[in-house]
Design a protein around this ligand. Structure first.
Ligand code: NAD
Length: 480
């Protein structure tokens, strides 16, 4: 049964919204109830090819469209996103589960991504290199790379998709994006925003299907020149491997396992107060979520007490209810995954300080969980949990904790809290990560680069770096 208030879902190909007619479909569930709320059409092979052909055709004119004109479309998208944030946010809560305020906030915040790319696309400069010979002019041009294939995940369905789309379109590329089938309404809403903002047909195409079938088809197509993926490390390696074998450029924003280092000399209460809402935001299903808490011995008891006291205020419930601070996990498979981390911790003698199990009743609800006394090789301390679970352990010295924090193959976000400038410098220089945030949580702004190192991927979204992955560098030298 389809809930009337959930929107009809569609593909968006060559400027047309296409429904289920004759196509395979899949149900969309509300994770708060596990009831079916919508039906998502899958793209046939013909649809995928049509999307690619449309993107290729549109590229011929979009790449020549002036940055000022591209900028106008992106600015209009920002304006429309703000106007429609309540509706789009509500639908995100319905299919993804996060509390309504977080969902609406995601849309409002992302309007800034559209604005940032609108501003920066007017500053994609080349340069002139002084020549050795009289009469020679040497220039470096930056040209859009071509048709992009993007794959965006379900945890921030609006944010992750719009960052990829605005970067590609701002650079003068065109794009075929496969959004998250689990939480699709936001990406259909984005297509509507661009449609209404006057984006020419074919520049943006939205497709759905069986993820590995769609990615295989799109990445192997000779039309596609660039791949952008946000998701898990194993899938990123798979797609990156395929793209690499075909010499296609990639931006990979993959998983993380962010360490948080709280030193004795930090403002301990402020650290705990900042970290609890940040940890349990989006039920911990965030690639930059703090996951490994290393607290220095002298601060440990106070930090844990404050953290647990603050945690009591995190009310779990349906994201549409006003007082809910943490919604359900996005899919039943996440509940099973988090339970697996807790089973492993139990077997290794860990202490459960809070939560520790799924909540009874319908929906994918899980209690916010805090574990202590975890061995360093436990699953929680080594594998990305991607859920509402925090492991808190002790450390003695900054040198020692740096070594422990850097011991995993991940390198996305990391956090530290300290009152000392020497500690702050040692940590910011020593942490192996694409992003380090000290004494606050200040990542993922439109104007700052977002991306990881090591297994967490390569390339940046946002900041001045945002267009790097979407542009070719061409050197031109001319005599007379
Ligand atoms: P998953 O590995 O099955 O899928 C992760 C994402 O990749 C999903 O959006 C999925 O639709 C997509 N995907 C899977 N196989 C694909 C393929 N062959 N081609 C294209 N896309 C494909 O895991 P999951 O259960 O959906 O999510 C949990 C894991 O995903 C977590 O461990 C987390 O690391 C990761 N994840 C990371 C982010 C992030 O922001 N970096 C976001 C969502 C999920």
């Amino acid at each position: 049964m389809t809930t009337p208030s959930y929107p009809a879902l569609s593909l968006y190909i060559d400027g047309q919204f296409l429904g289920a007619e004759g196509r395979k479909t899949q149900p969309v569930l509300n994770p708060a109830t596990n009831q079916t709320i919508g039906t998502l059409p899958h793209a046939s092979t013909e649809d995928l090819q049509n999307a690619l052909n449309a993107a290729q055709r549109a590229f011929l004119t979009w790449k020549k469209t002036s940055p000022l004109e591209r900028s106008k479309v992106l600015r209009k998208v920002a304006e429309l996103a703000r106007e429609r944030a309540q509706d789009i946010g509500r639908n995100i809560t319905l299919d993804q589960g996060k509390p309504l305020a977080e969902a609406v906030g995601e849309v409002v915040f992302c309007a800034e991504h559209a604005e940032w790319h609108a501003e920066e696309c007017r500053r994609i400069y080349g340069r002139v290199i002084p020549a050795r010979q009289d009469g020679v002019r040497q220039t470096v041009l930056r040209e859009p790379i071509g048709v992009c294939a993007a794959f965006s995940p379900w945890n921030f369905p609006f944010n992750q998709a719009i960052r990829k789309i605005t970067a590609a379109l701002g650079a003068g590329c065109t794009i075929v994006i496969k959004g998250p089938e689990d939480a699709p309404s936001a990406v259909v809403a984005i297509a509507q925003l661009f449609h209404d903002a006057g984006l020419p047909p074919g520049c943006l195409n939205v497709v759905w299907g069986v993820p590995h079938e769609v990615s295989d088809f799109l990445i192997k197509s000779p039309i596609v020149r660039k791949i952008s993926f946000t998701g898990s490390v194993p899938v990123g390696k798979l797609l990156g491997g395929l793209a690499g074998s075909l010499m296609k450029r990639c931006t990979m924003e993959l998983g993380g396992h962010a360490p948080v280092i709280v030193c004795d000399d930090a403002d301990i209460d402020a650290a705990a107060d900042t970290l609890v809402p940040f940890k349990f935001r989006n039920a911990g299903q965030v690639c930059i979520s703090p996951t490994r808490f290393y607290v220095q011995e002298g601060a440990y008891d106070r930090f844990v007490a404050r953290f647990l006291a603050k945690l009591e205020k995190v009310k779990v419930g349906d994201g549409l209810l006003k007082d809910t601070r943490m919604g359900p996990l996005a899919q039943a498979r996440r509940v099973a995954a988090i339970a697996g981390f807790i089973d492993d911790a139990h077997q290794r003698g860990a202490t459960v300080l809070a939560g520790g199990s799924a909540l009874p009743g319908e929906g994918n609800f899980f209690a916010p969980t805090v574990l202590a006394d975890l061995p360093e090789d436990s699953r929680l301390m080594t594998e990305e949990p991607f859920g509402p679970i925090a492991g808190i352990v002790r450390f003695k010295t900054v040198e020692e904790v740096l070594q422990r924090a850097n011991s995993l193959p991940f390198g996305l976000a990391s956090y530290a809290f300290t009152g000392g400038t020497k500690n702050a410098r040692m940590l910011s220089e020593g942490l192996e990560a694409g992003m380090v945030s000290i004494n606050h949580v200040g990542l993922a702004l439109a104007e700052t680069p977002f991306g990881g190192i090591k297994d967490s991927g390569y390339g940046s979204e946002g900041g001045l770096e945002t267009f790097d992955g979407y542009l070719n560098t061409k050197f031109v030298t001319q005599l007379n």
